[in-house]
Design a binder for this molecule. Structure first.
Ligand SMILES: *Cc1c(COP(=O)(O)O)cnc(C)c1O
Length: 390
């Protein structure tokens, strides 16, 4: 029987101890007690079943529950949990690449992802070509017969451009390249990335999966071959393991993920509509609106607009005044949280980008990124209306 994601988010991957605890247990142990010297030897020789652990850097029962639940939700064979979203991004890329390899990546990336691709991989002799992710001709021109991997965020931060997973995957697969998708803004709730052609799906679990701003986590999802053959040997020796406590926190987050993301999406749609009615804004970008440049792709790929909005209020002065006048929405840089969060990317998350890059990516001085939370939609609309009128 196949269950929906909403059901899997609550039950998939559960391992119960001899006590039959209903809520998932936190196994705060880094080591495991072997029944005999022979058993220890057998485990180190690789004879480990799903419930035979060696050391928490390699795996832990609570972490394994989170991995199995995520793999079930995303529809992949396996998953590896990591200490943060960036441990997942860097681990997935570094575990599979070597000096001389060629990678094509979308230019509109989360700052730290850009750093890994542009600075870290380059230092190890990996050649990275950046393209405008929405331009299929650019992908086609950049992908070479020897391209090893393509990497992109399925919805870009902060301007919410959507990249066509199926179309990019078709180009990449034609040359045998691996397709890695950072899927944070799409969320596991709306993702169908694997059926659309992604080989590896990556989440910062810090965002919607925790959803309550408590701690860091990440996950790499893919085939058993990729996860256990490529990712695990790299991760377990380089140390980006997720803590069992955070794995437990994320398991609790997954129980309510579907409800939260759908409620936040409904509120985001209502807020975007209310904002789009105003004549004093330069831009209101919401993937779920019919006026989004890729509205058709959004419906085909995700079926919903998600929890993020971007608005351009004209200039930095008005952006700061608006941020400062908001009473419910908090000024921060997390996203996917129960609390509505507003960010001024040009002076915070994307501050380090040179002006020509900001211009290229549409990160204007008046741009505000809104991560819509779980508050009452009417209260939020009133908060933004009041702040924009101030
Ligand atoms: C936040 C984020 C990351 C990094 O995740 P951390 O958990 O903060 O390390 C990577 N990619 C995207 C798109 C993100 O939003």
């Amino acid at each position: 029987m196949t269950y929906s994601k909403r059901t899997k988010g609550i039950h998939a991957g559960v391992r119960r101890s001899q006590f039959g605890e209903l809520s998932e247990a936190i196994f705060l142990t880094q080591g495991f007690d072997y029944p005999s010297a022979e058993a220890a030897e057998a485990r180190f020789q690789g004879g480990t079943g799903p419930d035979e652990f060696i050391y928490a850097r390699y795996g832990n029962p609570t972490t394994a529950m989170f991995e199995d639940r995520m793999a079930s939700l995303e529809g992949t064979e396996d998953a590896f949990a990591t200490a943060s979203g960036m441990a997942a991004v860097s681990g997935a890329l570094t575990s599979m690449l070597q000096s001389g390899d060629h990678v094509v990546a979308a230019r509109a990336l989360f700052g730290s992802c850009l750093y890994v691709l542009e600075n870290v991989l380059a230092r190890f002799g990996v050649d990275v070509t950046f393209v405008d992710g929405t331009d299929l001709a650019a992908w086609k021109a950049a992908i070479r017969p020897d391209t090893k991997a393509v990497f992109f965020e399925s919805i870009s931060n902060p301007t919410l451009e959507v990249i066509d997973i199926a179309a990019v995957a078709a180009l990449a697969h034609a040359v045998g390249a691996t397709v890695l998708v950072d899927n944070v803004f799409s969320t596991p709730t709306y993702s169908r990335a694997v059926e659309q052609g992604a080989d590896v799906v990556i989440y910062s679990a810090t965002k919607h999966i925790d959803g309550q701003g408590r701690g860091l986590g990440g996950v790499i999802l893919g085939t058993q071959d990729f996860i256990r053959g490529t990712v695990e040997p790299y991760m377990k020796h380089t140390g980006g393991a997720l803590s069992p406590f955070n794995a437990w926190m994320l398991l609790k987050g997954l129980e309510t993920l579907d409800l939260r993301v759908r409620a936040q999406t409904a509120t985001a749609a209502a807020l975007a509509d209310a904002l789009a009615d105003r004549s004093d804004l330069q831009r209101v970008i919401y993937p779920g609106r019919a006026d989004h440049p890729q509205a058709e792709l959004v419906q085909r790929q995700l079926g919903a607009g998600g929890t993020m909005i971007a608005i351009d209020v004209g200039d930095k002065d008005r952006a700061f005044k608006t941020l400062n006048a908001l009473q419910i929405a908090r000024i921060s840089n997390n996203l996917g949280d129960a609390k509505t969060i507003v960010t001024h990317p040009a002076t915070t998350t994307h501050e380090r980008l040179p002006q020509d890059q900001k211009d290229l990516l549409g990160i204007s001085a008046g741009l505000i990124r809104v991560s819509v939370g779980l508050e009452d939609p009417e209260d939020l609309i009133a908060d933004f209306t009041h702040a924009l009128n101030a």
